[in-house]
Design a protein around this ligand. Structure first.
Ligand SMILES: *Cc1c(COP(=O)(O)O)cnc(C)c1O
Length: 391
């Protein structure tokens, strides 16, 4: 018996995925193993200098020491709109169609609290980035799994959803380029999503933080590029991945003004916005970063991807070469569970990988390897995997 019983909604939340993994790592480290973690997706390279310089300047201005505007500086929202126009040819009204977020992670909770009544359901991909699931549970909603199967290129099968299954559904989460599978979505798929959402009256939330992380010349789409998308949904994006700014905590929700306004109402009652100096730095990131910076970053990830692919192939682990995002989603060898294979990697090679089941039941049979590890560490990890697997 605990003295302070947790609310029912909190009791439904499993322990945060990386908290569990960190415990295992700590244990291995304590026993003297020099552990290399390929588990967490967090860029290892520094934020570009022009962005840091802008933060420094803005942090020195006392105007920025006061409460920010809740919905974001107008100039930040304008920069987001300009970026979407230039990058995706999507027009957004900075006032009604853009909301600044303290990182895009918080967006799913605001969306859930704004639209999910107890018992309502959200369609959540399985496997998935876990906040879609937990945000639904925290709003006392039900999670309706959308299996992402390799046979369907890790896209959900919307045509298989009956009218009954959609009756209490309010939100459909999508995330392409996808974490953890590395899958990407086509324009045709997004067109199908718009038709589905219109027909069923469901809000689409396209979480798109990897839109700039792509390889071999591939350019990921924005969901909002598809006609009618803004009528049914919103997109989240983030400064975290393209500008190596995960620690800065800034992202955005853009799209349907009714949805944006409802999310802003929740948000205004929870926090008081993003530090203005971070927003000024983000404006610089969005407007003044040369394309060549992103190309350089992607070429680093692409080299790492190829190294991991070659190693895995050599040791008989099946992996696809992702076109985008910075993860390798790999089938574990015959006879292993995803957790069992991850444990083998830790014990035999001192390498931490994430068991696929941590992202949902349909992730069973896979592991995820993150490419956000410095080149030398990744090379060492690959050597150890080759040795551990006897190659
Ligand atoms: C990294 C990531 C984000 C970005 O989160 P921030 O809160 O903006 O740092 C969002 N969604 C997915 C799927 C991610 O992998």
């Amino acid at each position: 018996m605990t003295k302070f019983a947790r609310s029912g909604r909190l009791q439904q939340i499993p322990p945060y995925l990386f908290a569990e993994i960190n415990k295992k790592i700590d244990k291995a480290k304590k026993s003297g193993v020099d552990v290399i973690s390929l588990a967490v997706g967090d860029p290892d390279l520094p934020t570009p200098k022009h962005i840091i310089a802008e933060l420094e300047k803005a942090a020195n201005d006392p105007k920025n020491h006061q409460y920010p505007d809740y919905e974001g500086l107008y100039s930040f929202r304008e920069a987001v709109a300009a970026w979407y126009k230039r990058r995706h040819n999507v027009s957004l009204d900075p006032v009604s169609e853009v909301l600044a977020l303290i990182g895009s992670k918080e967006g799913s909770l605001h969306l859930s609290l704004a639209f999910i009544n107890p018992g309502d359901c959200a369609f959540v991909p399985n496997p998935c980035y876990t906040p879609y699931r937990t945000a639904t549970l925290l709003a006392n909603g039900r999670v309706c799994d959308l299996p992402l199967l390799e046979a369907n290129s890790f896209l959900p099968d919307l045509s298989g959803l009956s009218r009954a299954a959609c009756r209490n559904a309010r939100i459909l989460y999508l995330n392409y380029p996808n974490n953890p599978t590395g899958a990407v979505a086509s324009r045709e798929f997004y067109k199908e999503v718009v038709d589905f959402a219109k027909d069923k009256g469901i809000i689409v939330c396209s979480d798109n933080p990897y839109s700039e992380i792509a390889f071999d010349g591939y350019r990921p789409l924005s969901f909002l590029e598809v006609p009618g998308a803004k009528e049914v949904g919103v997109e989240f994006n983030s400064l975290s991945k393209p500008y190596n700014m995960t620690g800065w905590r800034i992202g955005m929700a853009v799209g349907n003004p009714e949805i944006i306004s409802a999310m802003a109402t929740v948000k205004n009652n929870v926090d008081s916005g993003v530090f203005n100096a971070v927003q000024y730095a983000a404006i610089t990131a969005l407007l003044d970063t040369p394309d060549s910076d992103i190309e350089k970053l992607n070429s680093i990830y692409q080299k790492r991807r190829d190294l991991v692919y070659d190693t895995l192939t050599a040791v008989g682990v099946k992996a696809a070469k992702p076109k985008a995002a910075f993860y390798m989603w790999c089938r574990v060898p015959e006879g292993y569970s995803s957790a069992g294979f991850a444990t083998l990697m830790l014990e035999k090679a001192g390498v931490v990988v994430t068991p696929g089941a941590a992202y949902g039941s349909y992730g069973e049979g896979y592991i995820r390897i993150s490419l956000t590890v410095p080149d030398a560490g990744l090379a060492e990890a690959m050597d150890r995997i080759r040795k551990a697997m006897g190659k």
